[in-house]
Design a protein. Structure first.
Ligand code: COA
Length: 425
């Protein structure tokens, strides 16, 4: 069976998290992804957060599946020669270097176009053009500058960053969409183009409901925020809303049986208007179905704290899974707070390939998140990440057609590390 991106060759100049998530997706869809890494050290994440000494970290392995690795010193003249040859033969170059790095290497957009006018050059930077365009950025900086931190957390607490890597993995996803879109356009135009995704923009895109609320604020208080029911005035900017639902359907995180010991014995419950009467039946408040203070969504808005406290009295008598079963039988939207341990052990996620077990030559078996996007004609088979420079010779010979003598010349120049020497190191 062929894969969706069979025949697409990607020159992967990415490192850390944002860029690698993008190229891993392309590899999962069938692209031949050639990861270019600095001889000796490689992607910095290989050695970061190592849980087993001298073994590629989970940080690296979980972001670089299905890729090949070539070591190349791109500041070495022979390295530049190899890079030029790779640009000539690849369809897409993806990079998330600091601002100006690719230009300083001597590979400007103009130069790349000259070498290969069909090349799509895709970049992630922290910021788009503007006052911060020259700044280096990591995940939490993007969350802070893209609107997520100012709107996450509780009103009376600090701004909060979230565990979901919306700045890195989120922007990687945005970039991947840009790349396949540019590949599609190239079918018609025959030309490559630049694709850029700034982390601030990606985070803001994911926070668009908060920009919505910022504008609603000009026309009155945000009535679905609990602070409205608490009689606390709104300021000029969208406040942090704790666990209030971000949509028009009020929701909260509620305690379940065992919450005193288990930090994850909670469930999110949404009081969706069409199922209000069923909620009243389940919690034993049948009078609320017709009482004018509770019967309609607008009437409930100023009483949400009281309503959710009453629902919580009921959820505290059940485990989160019992609540899930009872409420879902009545189509009442809810979801248990699942810990990473529970997710790792979830057999249904294993069955769909959303969580996969991968075998690695130096690490052994480990769990990873598989491809969350399922294509019926292009199923993903997750293959282990490459060792540093594992495919250097293979790429020089098979992709670039270099002879043995030419490969030896490249190694002798110091532009690459021969795989055997690399393994010994
Ligand atoms: N051969 C030779 N030199 C190489 C090389 C190779 N194969 N790969 C990288 N380098 C060099 C670069 O040329 C650069 O040198 P220069 O500064 O002398 O021009 C140097 O490595 C540093 O690159 P840089 O990307 O700036 O790395 P950094 O570790 O200083 O910064 C980031 C890391 C993530 C902060 C930065 O890359 C960045 O802001 N990226 C864009 C935003 C982003 O993706 N952030 C999220 C990362 S998860």
């Amino acid at each position: 069976m062929t894969k969706a991106l069979d025949g697409v060759r990607v020159l992967d100049f990415t490192h850390v998290q944002s860029g690698p998530t993008c190229t891993q997706l392309l590899a999962w869809f069938g692209a031949d992804v050639i990861k270019v890494e600095r001889p000796g050290s490689g992607d910095i994440t290989r050695g970061q957060l190592q849980d087993i000494p001298k073994v590629d970290s989970l940080y690296f392995t979980m972001l670089n599946h299905n890729k090949r690795s070539i070591t190349l010193d791109t500041k070495n003249p022979k390295g530049k020669e190899v890079l030029t040859a790779l640009i000539r033969t690849c369809d897409v170059l993806v990079e998330n270097f600091g601002p100006g790095v690719l230009d300083r290497m001597g590979f400007t957009w103009e130069k790349i176009q000259e070498i290969n006018p069909r090349m799509i050059v895709a970049s992630i930077k922290g910021f788009g053009p503007g006052p911060y365009e020259d700044c280096k950025v990591y995940e939490n900086v993007a969350q802070c500058t893209g609107g997520a931190a100012s709107t996450t957390g509780f009103r009376d607490g600090l701004p909060l960053v979230t565990g979901a890597q919306i700045g890195d993995s989120g922007t990687g996803l945005h970039l991947a969409l840009g790349i396949v879109t540019a590949l599609y356009q190239r079918h018609h135009t025959g030309r490559g183009q630049r694709v850029t995704a700034a982390m601030q923009d990606g985070v803001l895109n994911l926070c668009r409901v908060k920009l919505r609320d910022q504008q609603r604020l000009a026309h009155g208080p945000l009535k679905e925020y609990s602070q409205f029911g608490e009689g606390i005035e709104f300021g000029e900017a969208v406040p942090r809303a704790g666990n209030d639902s971000g949509g028009g359907q009020p929701g909260r995180i509620l305690k379940c049986k065992g919450w005193e010991q288990d930090p994850n014995a909670y469930i999110y419950v949404i009081t969706q208007a069409p199922v209000w009467e069923k909620i009243c039946d389940v919690i034993g408040e049948t009078g609320w179905k017709t009482h004018p203070d509770y019967a309609t969504p607008p009437a409930r808005l100023s009483r949400l704290n009281e309503i959710f406290a009453r629902i919580e009295q009921w959820t505290m008598t059940k485990t989160k899974f019992e609540v899930m079963e009872i409420l879902n039988a009545d189509d009442i939207p809810c979801g248990p707070i699942l810990s990473m341990k529970e997710l790792a052990e979830d057999q249904s996620l294993r069955a769909t390939g959303t969580i996969v077990e991968v075998d690695h030559p130096t690490r052994g078996k480990y769990l990873s998140v598989g491809n969350p996007i399922k294509l019926s004609d292009s199923p993903t088979e997750v293959k282990r990440s490459p060792l540093l420079g594992e495919h250097t010779d293979e790429i020089l010979r098979d992709v670039l057609g270099y002879s043995d003598a030419h490969v030896a010349e490249i190694h002798d120049s110091g532009a690459t590390t021969p795989p055997r020497k690399q393994a010994a190191e």
